[in-house]
Write a protein that binds this ligand. Structure first.
Ligand code: NDP
Length: 499
């Protein structure tokens, strides 16, 4: 459910393509956030007590409802972000897939299981289980307003937590609709509430002592502020932040496929993708042919809000200045625009920009651009490509195109990132069983998969003594018992190991 508010203050969500008001939403202040967290706390006991099977059933029904409302959700995403309707549909489908996986796998991943106690504790029955934390605060971005928060919301709910969700101020309607759909399927208690507002609403959620964990997705800069707020209450946080992902193209790669995927990775959603491709490193032998294919395809792309447009406007107006600055810096420092250029920024749109010969320390290469621009670099071999791809404080994901399976796998392992996709772009994102998250400035912790479920739990260890053996942790232990233990330990652990 969306949270009711006493406050009369509202803000508008705007269509970034037309500037029209999509809807007005309440600004939830600190008191409203605290009230929502309080309700979530009460609901958490009920939701947890429902048990695995009932939660699974309800979440599968939420999934069914979201699927039946797919077009309604996608239209709202289209309106609030400006992205093409089909992209919004694809995003919603991915969110549905994750919700399905989380609902179906929570018990298997988190439920109680026996653990072998080891020889020292052979008389103990050991049980490990993953218990819900209670109330999870989810703070989401605008660029994938259903897919990204669902990576936390579905997994947190499936693990037995309740959720208070603060969507981005650019996409409040998506958050409100999601909470309404959940509320209609689970009417008894507010297991998912959406609070809307600006940064202060998110700050109130992060600093709430009633929240047991914050799942934050957004920029690295805001993640640091959220973490500082969480420190006050020792609230743990999972942080999914920005990126500067690289695509590597090997000498023997399928260049048509590589150019197609790199273009989609760089330009789809107007480049406003955390795991979007922002840099391409191409091995010398393939460079000219690859660049030819990439630029030919890039020239065909046109931004707009109509059905034929390849991608939409820049959703967050302030980002246009960043994109403009990065293009200018690249060109001022010797870079060449082989597609587009400084004139490509036509607010609220940015036409495709392909840059070459850009110095490695230019802001277009070092900082997250979040626009439909790409820098292409010539490297002598795969090793140099990996080394340059890793020369960033970020480390979210990456792409490798190569005709050699083992060379690609080796390069993927050496890439400093949470995810790497070989011969496709971001193939890991819709695979619900795989963990998603970054290293360095891209954040820490994981959403999706078994790791994503465990992220919203605490492990609980329980032992039960089945029979008594030597009682070594008693003031009554005998010399004889200790000697027997020492003999046993020598036998089990004292030997020399050979290769
Ligand atoms: P922001 O960091 O600007 O905002 C993210 C969220 O934090 C929004 O809901 C925002 O609310 C809220 N917020 C702002 N200030 C505070 C505060 N002081 N305390 C608590 N919450 C606050 O990111 P964007 O929305 O611009 O999203 C784009 C960024 O997200 C990019 O860097 C992108 O790479 C990253 N991202 C990462 C993903 C990942 O999985 N790793 C996925 C998607 C995006 P409001 O909008 O109201 O200001």
């Amino acid at each position: 459910m969306s949270v009711a508010t006493e406050s009369t203050e509202t803000f508008a969500s705007l269509n970034p393509a037309t500037g029209e008001v999509v809807a007005e939403h309440p600004v939830h202040d600190a008191a409203a956030v605290a009230a929502a967290v309080g309700r979530a706390r009460e609901a958490a006991g009920w939701w947890r007590a429902l048990g695995w099977k009932e939660r699974r059933l309800r979440l599968l029904n939420v999934k069914g409802s979201l699927t039946r409302n797919l077009n309604r959700m996608a239209e709202l995403i289209h309106q609030e972000t400006g992205k093409p309707l089909q992209d919004a549909q694809l995003e919603t489908i991915m969110a549905i897939t994750h919700l399905d996986w989380a609902a179906r796998n929570a018990q298997k991943v988190l439920g109680p299981r026996g653990v072998y106690p080891g020889i020292m504790a052979i008389n103990q029955k050991c049980v490990l289980e993953y218990q819900p934390l209670g109330v999870v605060g989810v703070i989401g971005p605008w660029n994938y307003p259903i897919f990204t928060p669902m990576g936390s919301i579905a997994y947190a709910l499936a693990a037995g937590n309740t959720v208070v969700f603060k969507p981005s101020e650019f996409t409040p309607g998506v958050g409100a609709l999601l909470a309404d759909l959940v509320g209609a399927v689970v009417p008894e208690h507010p297991v998912l509430q959406t609070v809307t507002g600006l940064g202060e609403t998110g700050a109130a959620l992060a600093s709430s002592p009633g929240v047991d964990k914050i799942a934050f997705t957004g920029s690295t800069r805001t993640a640091k502020r959220v973490m500082a707020a969480c420190a006050e209450n020792l609230t743990p946080i999972v942080a999914e932040c920005g990126g500067k992902d690289a695509c590597i193209v090997d000498a023997d790669a399928d260049l048509d496929a590589a150019a197609d995927a790199a273009l989609w990775g760089a330009m789809s959603n107007a480049g406003q993708t955390c795991i979007g491709i922002e840099r391409i490193y191409v091995v010398d032998e393939a460079y000219d042919r690859f660049l030819g294919k990439l630029t030919e395809k890039a020239r065909d792309l046109r931004p707009g809000f109509d059905r034929e447009a390849a991608y939409g406007p820049i959703t967050m107006p302030g980002q246009l200045d960043v994109i403009e600055r990065h293009i200018k810096d690249a060109l001022d420092r010797g870079g060449k625009a082989v597609v587009g250029g400084a004139e490509s920024v036509r607010k609220p749109y940015v036409e495709p920009v392909v840059l070459t010969d850009v110095p490695d320390d230019s802001s277009a290469v070092c900082e997250e651009t979040f626009g439909p621009t790409i820098t292409v670099h010539r490297v002598k071999d795969l090793d140099e490509a990996v080394e340059k791809a890793n020369r960033t404080a970020y480390g979210l994901a990456g792409t490798i195109f190569s005709g050699d399976r083992s060379r690609a796998l080796d390069a993927a392992r050496r890439m400093r990132s949470g995810m790497t996709s070989i011969n496709a772009f971001a193939a890991f994102a819709p695979v619900a069983a795989l963990p998603f998250g970054g290293v360095g400035e891209s954040g820490f912790g994981r959403v999706h998969g078994a790791d994503g479920l465990r992220e919203f739990t605490r492990p609980k260890a329980i032992t039960r003594q089945r029979f008594s053996t030597m009682n070594l942790t008693s003031f009554g232990r005998s010399e004889k018992e200790m000697a027997r233990l020492l003999d046993m330990i020598n036998l089990v652990h004292g030997r020399r190991y050979k290769r």
